[in-house]
Design a protein around this ligand. Structure first.
Ligand code: G3P
Length: 214
């Protein structure tokens, strides 16, 4: 499973890249707004650091406008993926962009039939939002199971990008369910690499090393 970082924060992106675990990046308008910087200044910096797929989201809500935005966004680099909301005009835009061989990420997916339609339209990725389904009392992870099964049944090439993952258990379950990608906030990335027994074990090894005659 690929691990993408779900952020637009340069320090977080740099740190994950230094750790060697940055397979790609997802952003959305809310994450970009948090950085309080001009989009056209922020994105080139992001592209300098992240060499894997970088999802940049359109804000137009009509297919014409989405495709026009996409044509500009792809100028930021060959690894740009155009993030498009799961609405009828979004499907239309995904179809047109896939015909132009522009990678797309269909976002705000909350049920498996939406994912099926996005795949049929030619999306490169679909982004089911797990945490937001949990928030309203559903079992979000069931959606990953369903989409993985459907895509396997019909051999769709579209990748399942598990999004809105809020904690390590989400990442574990997405991996067990066969998601192609998990996109995680920086805090979750730090948590999934940590275990207290690792830290305690290392402390003990280093303390014992001091006892070795030098
Ligand atoms: O990638 C989508 C993700 O950013 C949404 O996460 O936590 O806002 O539901 P959240």
């Amino acid at each position: 499973m690929k691990i993408f970082l779900d952020t637009a924060n340069i320090d977080e992106i740099k740190t994950a890249a230094d750790w060697g675990v940055l397979d790609g990046l997802t952003t959305n308008p809310s994450l970009v707004a948090k950085e309080n910087r001009k989009f056209e200044e922020l994105v080139p910096e992001i592209m300098q650091i992240c060499k894997g797929p970088v999802s940049l989201e359109v804000v137009a809500t009509d297919a014409e406008g989405m495709v026009a935005e996409a044509d500009k966004l792809v100028e930021y680099g060959p690894n740009v993926v155009i993030k498009i909301p799961m609405i009828p005009e979004g499907l239309k835009a995904i179809r047109r962009l896939s015909q132009k061989e522009i990678a797309t990420n269909c976002t705000l997916v909350f049920n498996a039939t939406q994912a099926l339609l996005a795949a049929k339209a030619g999306a490169t990725y679909v982004s089911p939002f797990i945490g937001r389904l949990d928030d309203i009392g559903h079992i979000g992870m069931e959606l990953i199971d369903q989409i993985v099964t459907i895509f396997d049944n019909y051999a769709f090439g579209t990748e399942v990008l598990a999004a809105s993952l809020r904690h390590p258990q989400h990442v574990l379950e997405a991996a067990l369910a066969g998601a192609d990608v998990s996109t995680v906030p920086f805090g979750t990335l730090k948590k999934i690499m940590k275990h207290p027994l690792t830290d305690n074990g290392l402390d003990k090894f280093l303390a014992d090393w001091e006892k070795v005659p030098k």
